[in-house]
Design a protein around this ligand. Structure first.
Ligand SMILES: N[C@@H](CCC(=O)N[C@@H](CS)C(=O)NCC(=O)O)C(=O)O
Length: 202
């Protein structure tokens, strides 16, 4: 695949996903930092790239644009080892991708954003986010007690999507010690993606 440009924010797990996949698969990529806290994702120029006003956005070599972190990963990883060839395994990967966006990110990532960037405290943050986030981590624990990766024995986009905010879950007040299989999987996937441990860096 030819080079892509990723418009992203360095604090955003959604933005890391496409960068990690491009790096792992050897797709040349350029990163353009967008300061979402200063409104740079709402300027007229940015809205031409993504009318939804969100990062990440990928711009392909021919100028076409693509938003939504999981769509960007899927485009980059088409035909690669990160997408299972077996149709059932591939559908299980999609199951995790959709689940991540509806159940995991809206609790684990949002609680982190509230505490880390929006000035909320353990006292003022929406109390429902903790229960919902822990339920999401428990769902992953159930699977990862059975298999080393979310879909069987091999790394797939399901792992890349779900690890993005799980590896920084402690910044949202979640304790991965309660989810030992998830904790071991985070270390495994970080190794596979050639990432330094986010937990130790914290
Ligand atoms: N479902 C989208 C979510 C994108 C998203 O929420 N982006 C956030 C950063 S993580 C953003 O751009 N926020 C700034 C804004 O909405 O103005 C994806 O997976 O790409």
């Amino acid at each position: 695949m030819s080079a892509i440009t990723i418009y992203g924010n360095r604090e955003s797990g959604n933005c890391w996903k496409g960068k990690w996949v491009a790096d792992l698969l050897g797709v040349a990529n350029e990163w353009v930092e967008i300061d979402i806290f200063k409104g740079e994702s709402r300027t007229p120029d940015f809205l031409k790239l993504n009318p939804a006003g969100q990062v990440p956005v990928a711009v392909l070599a021919d100028g076409r644009t693509l938003a939504q972190s999981n769509a960007i990963m899927l485009h980059l990883a088409e035909g690669s080892r990160l997408v299972p060839t077996d149709s059932y395994a591939r559908a299980k990967m999609y199951e995790w991708l959709f689940w991540e966006q509806y159940n995991h990110e809206p609790s684990v990532a949002v609680r982190r954003a509230e505490l880390k960037f929006r000035g909320k405290t353990e006292e003022t943050v929406n109390p429902a986010l903790k229960d919902r986030g822990e339920a999401a981590l428990a769902r992953m624990e159930l699977q990862l007690k059975e298999t080393p990766y979310l879909v069987g024995d091999a790394l797939s986009l399901a792992d890349v999507a779900c690890v993005a905010y799980t590896r920084v879950a402690h910044e949202g007040g979640f304790d991965l010690a309660k989810f030992p299989a998830v904790k071991a999987w985070v270390a495994r996937v970080e190794r596979d993606l050639n990432l330094a441990s986010a937990h130790e860096a914290a």
